[in-house]
Ligand binder design. Structure first.
Ligand code: ATP
Length: 741
């Protein structure tokens, strides 16, 4: 039992432990599960990290590669930088070299310009030394006809190299001619051109050149100048040379070449380039003009711009073909006109900008002929005569030029004066000048008229000005007089006011003294009884005569006695005066009238305590009561008063203390003067004037009239003599003026 119990207990314990173990197992299995989940997460994380690691490894590899590339590049850049530095240094070196080369080039350019100039001068000197006018002589071979006729050469060319030509005569006599060069019949075109080739350079250097062929008809002039297709003459060759030199100089010079062609036929000029395209009948006549010294121009002549030899030759050939040619006994194709080809060259030196303008004249003259020999008739005869005439004139011109004669007979030549034509004036130009002169004259005339009228206006204005000046002076004089008069009146008014004030003060003081004495008397009577009164005693009274004396003293110094309590201050006096004036305007007006008008007998005589200066103007002093009042209506009787704005400001007193006082007085005076004095229009004389037209003018007029009236009354009011002369009035005026100074 016990065993059973033990076994049961053991079983129970084993069961409990089993349960615990089961629980433990469960916990462990749960823990294992959670660990497995965690492991799974860790595995995932690990794989992610592995992937990241892999990516980073790849990136690292790429960066490494890039780094290597960049390293290579940086090395290359370093090399480039060093190369660039070297290049910069090289460029700087080149720049400095260029600068030095440029300055060198500039120097060389200058030197070259100088050298070119020197060369040009030397070349020109050489040409001059050879002769500005050079004469070459060419003899053609005998033609078939001459040979057939059995003619022989009459010229000896033994000394041709020295420029001598010997003409054998029929007799034994020989004639020797000297030329710059002599070409024998065997010498070809090229040989002839050799002597003329240098002129092409002269033309391009800016010099004018003229080559012409002169000679008897049929002697080979046209052949020499024009030549044939197989044997080109001077014209072709010199043009060819010209363009060759232009080509050589194209780096240094720029040229502009134009050509023209004209002929002088029967002393008339025709444009061959124009006639080449149009019928000769329609061509207009041309004339040679000298536009400046040594510069000639044919207005209206066609000038063809050419840029190369072919163009130039084509143009000149067109002209040559249009030339008048006729058959004569001497020459089957005789030129009946002078053919002139002109090549105009405008050059510009590209180095220094120097410009040149030159001309090359190539002239094939018509041949001189003996009319008798050629047996010319009709048109041919006329042509021959004109040709001979013009050639003769040309001979004279050349002779004069060669001998450097002062007078060159250009006027004899017409058409062949291309070398140096005299200055001609265009008819159209002349008429234009005439028109201009006419207009200028008209302008001049109209301007003269304007000036005259202006002078008259000025004169009249000056006269008016003078009159105005005179008027102004008169007015100024009047104003001065009025001003002085006004000052006098002010003075009088001031004195009057002072007197009035003094009188008032005196009267008041008298009254006060009287009242005081009465009071004292009363007091005396009141204090003593009747019994005590001494009837014999007399009250000591101030003598009656003493008061006026005292008053007189006070009146003399109304503003100075400050000890007296009854004495008025200046302001009080002023206010008193104003009060009085306001209270009794009639009296004030009367008072004013006293100052302005003749109060005469109506006014009571008052002794002025302040000595007044002697008055000679306007009206008598108040003391002049003896003077009878004028019976006739005085101009002052016509005076009426009316209020108006202040006329003239009183002069400012300079005294500082008295300034306020004087201002006060002035204000009173101003107020009294504001009642302006106006004279009624007089029946004559001053009737034209308007009273009150202007404040100042009215016052001036009024006072002036009053003054005149006073001046008229002077003799009546006790003046010396019945009719005082006008000078007396002036004297009075002067005296009045003297008061103010
Ligand atoms: N040096 C020369 N060699 C060969 N032939 C020449 C020579 N000079 C002139 N002639 C020939 O002589 C002829 C007359 O010459 P050309 O017409 O040039 O004379 P010209 O002086 O111009 O006469 P014109 O004044 O009448 O016009 C032409 O047939 C020309 O071929």
């Amino acid at each position: 039992m016990r065993e059973n119990e033990l076994k049961t207990k053991e079983c129970r314990e084993a069961q409990t432990s089993l349960r615990e173990l089961q629980m433990e197992l469960m916990r462990k299995s749960m823990h294992v599960g959670s660990l497995a989940f965690a492991v799974e997460g860790q595995v995932k994380e690990k794989s992610r990290w592995c992937q990241l690691l892999k990516d980073l490894g790849e990136k690292f590899k790429a960066l490494k590669t890039e780094h290597q590339i960049l390293l290579k590049e940086s090395e290359e850049y370093k090399k480039c930088l060093s190369d660039a530095t070297q290049m910069t240094t090289t460029i700087h070196q080149y720049v400095s070299q260029y600068a030095s080369l440029e300055s060198e080039f500039k120097d060389l350019k200058e030197k070259f310009s100088e050298e070119a100039k020197e060369r040009k001068d030397l070349y020109n000197k050489l040409i001059e030394l050879k002769g500005n006018i050079r004469v070459f002589c060419r003899c053609r071979p005998l033609n078939t006809e001459e040979t057939a006729e059995g003619a022989s050469m009459a010229i000896d060319f033994d000394s041709a190299k020295d420029g001598e030509l010997i003409v054998r005569g029929h007799v034994s006599s020989k004639k020797v001619f000297k030329f710059d060069s002599v070409f024998n019949p065997e010498e070809d075109q090229e040989k002839v051109f050799e002597k003329t080739a240098p002129f092409a350079t002269s033309v391009l250097d800016g010099f004018n050149v003229c080559i012409f062929a002169y000679g008897q008809t049929g002697t080979g002039k046209t052949f020499t100048m024009e030549g044939t297709e197989g044997a080109r003459g001077v014209n072709y060759r010199i043009l060819d040379e010209l363009f060759r030199v232009v080509k050589d100089r194209h780096d240094l010079f720029q040229y502009e070449i134009t050509v023209s062609a004209l002929e002088v036929y029967n002393e008339q000029i025709h444009d061959l380039l124009l006639t080449g395209s149009q019928p000769s009948t329609t061509t207009k006549r041309l004339e040679v003009r000298q536009v400046a010294e040594g510069v000639h121009h044919v207005p209206g002549l066609v000038e063809a711009r050419v840029s190369n030899m072919d163009e130039a030759w084509d143009v000149l050939q067109t002209g040559s073909k249009a030339r008048v040619v006729g058959s004569t006994n001497a020459n089957e194709h005789s030129s009946r006109s002078h053919c002139i080809h002109c090549v105009m060259v405008k050059g510009e030196n590209l180095m220094n900008g120097e410009r040149t303008n030159s001309k090359l004249w190539l002239i094939d003259l018509a041949g001189s002929e003996r009319v008798a020999k050629t047996d010319a008739q009709g048109e041919r005869l006329k042509e021959a005569q004109n040709i001979n005439k013009s050639l003769s004139a040309l001979g004279d011109v050349i002779s004069a030029l060669a001998t450097k004669s002062q007078h060159i007979p250009f006027s004899r030549v017409r058409g062949i004066e291309l070398g140096q034509a005299r200055k001609q004036v265009d008819v159209g130009e002349l008429s234009r000048y005439k028109l201009m002169v006419g207009r200028a004259k008209q302008d001049c005339k109209s301007k003269d008229a304007q000036i005259k009228s202006m002078e008259e206006t000025i004169q009249s204005l000056e006269a008016k000005n003078k009159a105005k000046d005179l008027l102004t002076m008169n007015l100024q004089d009047k104003i001065k007089e009025l001003e002085s008069q006004l000052l006098v009146e002010r003075k009088i008014a001031r004195q009057h006011v002072d007197n009035k004030i003094a009188q008032d003060v005196e009267r008041k003081q008298q009254q006060q003294q009287q009242q005081q004495s009465l009071k004292e008397e009363n007091n005396t009577y009141m204090r003593s009884p009747m019994s005590e009164r001494n009837l014999n005693t007399t009250v000591e009274r101030p003598p009656l005569s003493a008061a006026p004396k005292k008053d007189l003293g006070m009146a003399k110094q109304p503003f100075a006695d400050s000890n007296n309590s009854e004495t008025y201050s200046f302001n009080q006096l002023m206010s008193l005066a104003e009060e009085k004036e306001n209270a009794n305007p009639d009296a004030a007006a009367k008072a004013r009238r006293v100052s302005l008008c003749n109060g005469g007998a109506q006014q009571p005589r008052r002794s002025s305590l302040i000595p007044l200066p002697r008055r000679n103007s306007l009206m008598p002093l108040p003391g002049g009561a003896k003077t009878p009042a004028p019976a006739a209506a005085s101009p002052l009787d016509k005076i009426k008063e009316y209020s108006s704005p202040p006329l003239i400001s009183p002069p400012v007193m300079s005294n500082d203390k008295g300034g306020s006082r004087s201002k006060r007085i002035n204000s009173i005076l101003r107020r009294s003067l504001q009642k302006k004095v106006v004279i009624r229009p007089a029946p004559s004389g001053q009737g034209g004037r308007r009273a009150g037209a202007g404040a100042t003018a009215a016052a001036a007029q009024g006072i002036d009239s009053a003054r005149r009236a006073a001046a008229r009354r002077v003799p009546a009011s006790g003046g010396p003599g019945g009719g005082a002369p006008r000078g007396g009035v002036h004297q009075n005026r002067d005296k009045e003026r003297g008061w103010n100074h």
